[in-house]
Design a protein around this ligand. Structure first.
Ligand code: ZN
Length: 253
């Protein structure tokens, strides 16, 4: 049997504790709901981490045991420590997968990995959203069909200030007229990153079967293929190079 994919679902876990409307949809938090449907799948082992835990729940040991990290945040991006962000960023560059959900477009970790502001336009009007599947052959879109329809969603519209994705899987249309690149893939170092737009806390988005399917597919797609720590070595030549003199290996280039 192949090794299990170890997934950590990180949530700032504030709305669910402060707002009754959100708590009614996610009584144990968005992170527990996601961990619940992921754990039903053979081959996936899910754990959770939250902002209020020591080192924001992402100690070196937790990060080292994580194959794919899922991130949901909204109002407390600034409270995540810079040290934790660097630790997660380094791990992605080594090969860990990262799935960035909804309002985590403004998280420190996503902005650090993208190198842009990742801003967008938004509106909360409970309008209809249709996510068009434009890459039906991609593993993240497997079993999704032509589109996903959400009866009530928060609107995110272009321009989304991101670097060009390696692949755009979903494009959203909103009732109010905007469009948005809702499912985007990148590689950074050896790691794979997927941004997935749906997931506003006052709508039951993560209860939706197709949304769950996309997240499960994305976990499988983003799992590490290699884990390689950063190094920048001086290399002795493989062949004899005339006039070449061995160099000081300790000197950085
Ligand atoms: Zn939202």
């Amino acid at each position: 049997m192949p090794a299990k994919i170890h997934v950590t679902i990180w949530n700032e876990f504030i709305h669910e504790r402060q707002d009754e409307k959100v708590r009614a949809i996610y009584p144990h938090g968005i992170h527990q709901l996601i961990a619940g449907f992921l754990s039903k799948h053979q081959g996936i082992e899910a754990r959770t981490a939250t902002l209020d835990q020591p080192e924001n729940g992402l100690t070196e040991s937790v990060v080292n045991q994580t194959d794919v990290l899922i991130w949901w945040g909204h109002q407390a991006h600034d409270q995540v420590s810079d040290g934790v962000v660097r630790r997660v960023q380094n791990k992605v560059l080594e090969g860990m997968g990262l799935i960035v959900l909804h309002s985590a477009h403004h998280s420190k970790i996503f902005r650090a990995l993208m190198g842009t502001n990742c801003s967008l336009r938004w509106r909360e009007a409970g309008e209809k959203e249709r996510l068009w599947n434009i890459e039906p052959g991609h593993p993240i879109a497997e079993g999704i069909g032509d589109y996903i329809e959400l009866p009530h969603a928060e609107m995110y519209g272009e321009r989304f200030d991101i670097p060009d994705p390696d692949k755009v899987i979903f494009i959203s249309w909103f009732e109010g007229g905007e469009v948005f690149r809702s499912g985007c893939c990148w590689e950074r170092g050896h790691g794979r990153i997927f941004y997935f737009r749906p997931g506003h806390e006052t709508y039951p988005i993560y209860h939706h079967e197709q949304i769950q399917k996309v997240i499960i597919n994305a976990v499988r797609w983003a799992k590490p293929r290699v884990m390689i720590a950063d190094k920048c070595p001086m290399a002795e030549p493989l062949e004899k190079i005339p006039k070449y003199k061995p160099q000081n290996k300790n000197k950085s280039q």
